[in-house]
Design a protein around this ligand. Structure first.
Ligand SMILES: [Zn+2]
Length: 65
């Protein structure tokens, strides 16, 4: 699979272009893609107020399958 195919998919690479870490298991309800834990927590921090208002929960949520 190409890098583009792995990007932002569950269990594959983090959706952030500058990150691309493997094992992305955090779903982002804004971009509909998966992120690694450190990016997800950073995004949650940055968007906390707005996502609580719009979604009623954090922007990124860990998905266990
Ligand atoms: Zn990341």
């Amino acid at each position: 699979m190409s890098k583009e195919e792995l990007k932002g998919k569950y269990g594959k690479n983090c959706n952030r272009t500058s990150c691309q870490r493997p094992q992305a298991t955090w779903y982002n309800f804004g971009s509909y893609s998966y992120y690694c834990e450190s990016c997800a927590l950073m995004l949650n921090e940055e968007n906390n107020r707005e996502s609580m208002r719009l979604l009623g929960h954090s922007l990124c949520v860990e998905v266990r399958q």
